[in-house]
Write a protein that binds this ligand. Structure first.
Ligand code: ZN
Ligand code: ZN
Length: 415
């Protein structure tokens, strides 16, 4: 069973606590659409990770099996502690190069696209990190850390970072100079000149102090969150692809072969001189950047909120069961969950195609139920399936009503 499934209630309980604290302090902590998008990207990363993680683990196990120098025991406290320390050190370099190398930034950018900073931002994770991320942790396999230790300390390192994504916890004194903390991680998410590309540490911020990338939060300079090439979309697929697409476009357009290859490992934002001249990008100023916040009608917000809550339950079920399902059912379930998220984010973007996407995924699920397919291979009884069918019918009716009530000023809404 995926251990993240057990963490999901804790994630949501802490988001509730953060909202409550912010409400008591009369400060704004969340934007509805941004939070839906961030949490959705986290769910997408986990659900797509069902299959991609197996590949990463298979590589680790193979290297551990054939190339390890030592055989470290999995029942030794020293092995676990040194494993966590080594993982955190390797994470520092993985994370740092994620900001300094174009193709690695293409994966990591997802975590930084939000212009808000709250616990939902922590959940905003890439779905393509598995492509190159595994490389960074192979030293652990070569040194002989058992796969179980590798997986567990990786999870500890990731889960630790959840609580440091909040504005509701201020400075923590000495703690901010030893461990990753809300204060020094706010800095990490900043696009202000003085904050850019600092404070990479996962658990220990000592690595940053050791390698010269640490900077303290300055009370006189509030952090401005996001990226220097703002995403300005909610679509989860495009969130994951935007930087790969920009790199591929520049690689296609530039003339010299050296540049076609170099831009993948040059720092983010680097562009060959010929494409930069032909297609210049405006200079970035964090203080004048307009926040991305398309207007969302009340009814649409309510529909998305209800459907998103249901989708979170469905996502947890998908995470819990997909590995045990026959491959076709597992892949089908993952694809349906992702289509659902794309449809909900299309509503939030005000896309004309949103109702069609929504009706497509709801209709597909209802057809599957009515044709006797059950709910993606679950062994649930008739009462549960009937309740799901009823929910689907109500959801379809809601989507149709919203589609009919949408204002359609000519040419004002994108396709
Ligand atoms: Zn980062
Ligand atoms: Zn972060």
């Amino acid at each position: 069973m995926n251990p993240i499934v057990y963490a999901i209630p804790v994630f949501f309980a802490l988001i509730g606590l953060e909202l409550f604290v912010a409400y008591r302090r009369r400060v704004r902590a969340y934007d509805f659409a941004d939070a839906v998008c961030s949490i959705g990207l986290g769910a997408m990363s986990q659900v797509s990770g069902i299959f991609s993680k197996l590949v990463v683990l298979a590589i680790y196990v193979a290297v551990h099996e054939h190339l390890r120098l030592f055989s470290l025991p999995a029942d030794s406290v020293a092995v676990w502690l040194s494993g966590l320390l080594l993982y955190d050190f390797l994470y520092y370099w993985h994370h740092r190069l994620g900001h300094e190398v174009g193709v690695l930034w293409a994966a990591h950018v997802v975590h930084h696209q939000s212009e808000e900073f709250n616990l939902s931002t922590a959940l905003r994770q890439t779905s393509s990190g598995f492509l190159l991320g595994w490389l960074f942790y192979l030293p652990m396999a070569v040194l002989g850390f058992p796969p179980l230790v590798f997986v567990a300390v990786g999870l500890i390192d990731l889960l630790y970072q959840y609580w440091i994504h909040t504005e509701q916890i201020g400075r923590l004194g000495w703690f901010d100079r030893v461990f990753a903390s809300p204060s020094n991680h706010r800095v990490h998410h900043g696009v202000n000149d003085r904050y850019l590309d600092k404070n990479y540490g996962g658990i220990l911020i000592l690595w940053d102090r050791l390698f010269g990338t640490f900077i303290d939060e300055d009370a006189d300079e509030p952090v401005i969150y996001g990226t220097r090439a703002p995403l300005r979309r909610y679509d989860p697929v495009w969130s994951n692809l935007e930087v790969y697409a920009a790199l591929a476009r520049d690689a296609w357009n530039t003339r010299r072969w050296r540049d076609k290859l170099a831009l993948w490992w040059k720092p983010p934002g680097w562009r060959p001189a010929d494409v930069a001249a032909a297609d210049p990008r405006p200079a970035f100023d964090p203080h004048t950047r307009p926040r991305y916040a398309p207007a969302v009608a009340r009814g649409v917000q309510l529909h998305v909120a209800v459907q998103f809550a249901l989708l979170m339950l469905i996502g947890a079920d998908c995470l819990a069961r997909a590995e045990q399902l026959p491959l076709a059912w597992g892949l089908g379930y993952v694809a349906w969950a992702m289509l659902s998220l794309v449809a909900l984010c299309a509503w939030l973007e005000g896309r004309r195609r949103a109702p069609a996407l929504d009706l497509l995924r709801l209709g597909a699920a209802l057809t599957m139920l009515l044709l006797g397919g059950g709910w993606f291979g679950a062994a649930w009884g008739l009462p549960v399936l009937a309740a799901i069918a009823l929910l689907l019918v109500i959801s379809i009716a809601a989507a149709v009503v919203l589609a009919l009530r949408r204002p359609r000023p000519a040419g004002a809404t994108p396709a």
